[in-house]
Design a protein around this ligand. Structure first.
Ligand code: NAD
Length: 447
């Protein structure tokens, strides 16, 4: 226990003066050391703050802004530089009814391609991504740089950041939201279930809340997944089939997202289109997916695990090339009707749609490996293993007739053509001496 100042005074008066001067000397020196300690503490804090700012500056190109209390209400106030980048990125260059689209998950695989397609045809586009470390961050940064060279700015933030999103919607009139940010992957859910709830449930609700309050409300197109068909055995999968038997937490969060979308459409008049993608692949793809990690391992001479289902049946997927998916996304945005809410209230019924976006011709995993071998000009070392029960399903097959009639969606790229383009990109991005790490811990690829 520290003694009080008074307790430190000596009891003999003769000694008092000397003791006092000693005392004051001690106090002064203690004050000095406390002051210098404080000064040191403050400097350390300042230095830490400066480092944080510097880190943000160097990681995102510049600092984005800060959070201030305005009459007790916390708001996000962007820097002038950030605001300028956002406005520029959102500026359309075509005259005929352009859109201004917020693309969430823009530094992701599909987000990058959709952002580019929209920007190239003259729409205003701004992206948002939290650059999480689910897979190699350097690939997300490379996509961000690629987008920047085409005039698309990607904000580094989480979709749960309501203050930043609110400020963004006040700054620019966003007409459409292409919502692709999510925790993807089936098996990672057993390692980190919270990340699925954070991005696919909480993040989705936060985004819908912002959209519902925006004036005017944007129309929303978002990525659900073919995984909602879960344990269905009736093929091909159609939008009217049951989706109440998810085989993974990922699938369950996507299914929950579809129900949440229904609620926001019903109560607030948000125009919402959900897209059930079927195994998307292509250049700038996701390193956690089988075609990607097979390529890496074949080049390294490492064995690959090829799963088989019950009765030694090969797994099959309705692999869909990225350009076909992008066309489906853009067509969904183009045909999306306006939201009908205003000031957070619905004024009439709003559009609610759900579409399968697949390729309609499933291919087995061994055939996928055959094609990779052909374009890599190398033989794979194949380990045939029984599929573990970890959330994967034995096959997927899309019925896309609904997207065909309503979106004019027609997938045109077969797996051979698509993988040829992927391998070409892969070799130009990594070279054939691939020593990059996937950023995943103990992860098996997702088929
Ligand atoms: N690629 C496929 O085969 C496939 C199949 C079905 C559905 N989907 C869905 O399509 C969408 C895009 O998938 P992808 O393959 O491009 O995946 P991806 O992981 O490459 O892209 C998602 C991006 O979202 C970002 N993100 C995640 N959580 C976020 C958050 N809370 N805030 C901000 N950003 C966040 C990630 O950093 C990532 O860059 C996802 O919703 C995914 O579930 C993809």
């Amino acid at each position: 226990m520290p003694s009080s100042t008074h307790d430190n005074f000596p009891s003999t008066p003769g000694k008092v003066k000397m003791e006092r001067s000693n005392y004051f000397g001690r106090v002064a020196s203690r004050w000095h050391s406390t002051a210098s300690a404080r000064l040191l503490g403050c400097s350390a804090l300042l230095l830490a703050f400066a480092l944080v700012v510097l880190f943000r500056v160097s990681s995102s190109g510049f600092a984005d802004g800060g959070y201030f209390s305005n009459n007790g209400v916390l708001t996000f106030k962007p820097t002038l530089m950030w605001e300028k980048q956002v406005r520029q990125s959102c500026l359309p260059t075509r005259g005929d009814n352009p859109m201004v689209v917020l693309v969430t998950g823009a530094a992701g695989f599909v987000g990058t391609h959709v952002s580019l397609a929209l920007k190239k045809r003259g729409d205003g586009v701004v992206g948002i991504d939290n650059f999480n470390s689910y897979y190699e961050i350097s690939l997300k940064r490379a996509r961000q740089e690629h987008l920047a060279t085409h005039g698309v700015f990607v904000i580094e933030a989480d979709i749960n950041n309501a203050l930043l999103l609110k400020s963004l919607f006040e700054m620019v009139q966003i007409t459409h939201v292409m919502h692709l940010a999510a925790q993807a992957g089936v098996r990672y859910a057993m390692e980190n279930p919270g990340s699925y709830v954070h991005s696919n449930i909480a993040g989705l609700v936060n985004l819908f809340e912002i959209c519902k309050a925006a004036n005017p409300q944007p129309a929303i197109v978002w990525a659900s997944s073919s995984s909602v068909y879960g344990l269905n055995t009736k093929v091909p999968f159609s939008e009217v089939d049951r989706t109440d038997q998810p085989a993974s937490l990922y699938a369950a969060t996507k299914k929950a997202g579809e129900e949440i979308a229904h609620t926001y459409n019903h109560i607030y008049g948000l125009s919402i289109t959900g897209l059930r993608f079927f195994t998307v692949y292509g250049p700038w793809g996701r390193p956690d997916m089988a075609y990607f990690s097979f390529t890496r391992d074949i080049l390294k001479g490492k064995p690959i695990n090829i799963y088989q289902g019950a009765n030694n049946k090969d797994l099959a997927r309705d692999f869909t090339y990225i350009d076909d998916i992008v066309k489906g996304c853009v067509a969904s945005l183009d045909t999306a009707e306006r939201s009908t809410g205003s000031g957070g209230k619905k004024t009439g019924p709003a559009q609610l749609r759900i579409f399968n976006l697949g390729n309609t011709s499933p291919v087995t995993v061994p055939t996928l490996v055959d094609i990779l071998e052909k374009y890599l000009n190398m033989k794979a070392i194949r380990n045939i293993v029984k599929m573990p029960r970890n959330g994967d399903v034995p096959f997927t097959h899309a019925n896309v007739s609904s997207a065909q009639t309503q979106l004019n969606y027609k997938p045109i790229t077969d797996l051979d053509t698509g993988l040829k383009k992927f391998v070409k990109w892969y070799l130009s991005y990594y070279g054939d001496n691939t020593h990059h790490h996937s950023g995943l811990v103990n992860q098996e690829p997702i088929i």
